[in-house]
Design a binder for this molecule. Structure first.
Ligand code: C5P
Length: 239
């Protein structure tokens, strides 16, 4: 499958049309951004690491019965996906308090959240992805109550699968963001799952192994992403 036309260039990925009307190619770039694009840097190998890692996770999720847009990895930095109608809502689950929750509510970073929380945000870069709720999503037509219910159920199903998977690699899945879309009238998981969109801590030392290393200027960003993959048995191409 060949790339045809660039459809959209996001902050870290570009999306291309293909010969097939219902398939797109995602290209994972080295570009990394934080704070709504205010901080940008190209981190060598990141596109490859996230593409290979995402393929691994999407396959695990499919194996667990979670429908995703992922078809197959095409190259080190490209994957073929189903073309969906994206739902402009981000779903965030938190198992441990960190990031936005700590800032917003003043809870202690590292506190266990039982039960885990579920939050919705509008995908809107200009407004810094504001927090929304089910009522707003319904009123403004971003998603129906049925779709939101399905998205919530799938987001928690992902939590059960990935908490266990990361625990086997001695890591804590602190929080993560998922995006969904419609394909053939069905809600499926879209976007990517990589250390760019979740928080992962070493289970013993609580060392950060995710994009917070970039946000907080801790260094060793890609080395940490590769370590996350290595602990799960992901084999990254050389070079
Ligand atoms: O910033 P906040 O604490 O709300 O983020 C929660 C989780 O969602 C983090 O893992 C973060 O990396 C992810 N996230 C994301 N993209 C966004 C907002 C949050 O991947 N636009």
């Amino acid at each position: 499958m060949k790339k045809r036309q660039e459809l959209y260039a996001g902050k870290a990925k570009s999306v291309y049309t293909t010969d097939a009307p219902d398939r797109l190619i995602l290209e994972f770039r080295d570009d990394t951004s934080a704070f709504d694009g205010k901080r940008k840097e190209a981190l060598e190998r990141k596109g490859m690491v996230n593409n290979v890692f995402n393929a691994f996770i999407m396959e695990r999720l499919e194996d667990a019965g979670i429908p995703t847009h992922f078809d197959k990895r095409l190259s080190d930095t490209e994957s073929l996906v189903k073309k969906m109608d994206m739902i402009p809502v981000e779903c965030v689950v938190r198992n441990i308090a960190a990031g936005g929750l700590v800032k917003r509510l003043g809870v202690e970073e590292g506190a266990t959240l039982e039960p885990p929380t579920f939050e919705l945000f509008l995908k809107d870069d200009e407004r810094g992805d504001p927090m929304i709720n089910e009522s707003l999503a319904e009123t403004f037509g971003w998603a129906t109550p049925e779709q939101l219910g399905e998205m919530k159920a799938l987001t928690f199903k992902v939590n059960r699968v990935l908490k266990q998977l990361f625990a086997e690699g001695e890591m804590l899945l602190v929080d993560y963001k998922l995006e969904f879309g419609l394909y053939d009238g069905r809600i499926i998981l879209g976007d990517e799952f990589s250390p760019d969109g979740c928080r992962l801590w070493d289970a013993n030392t609580r060392e950060k192994m995710d994009k917070d290393r970039f946000r907080q200027g801790l260094g060793g960003v890609i080395e940490a992403y590769e370590e996350v993959g290595r602990r799960l048995g992901v084999v990254f191409p050389e070079g």
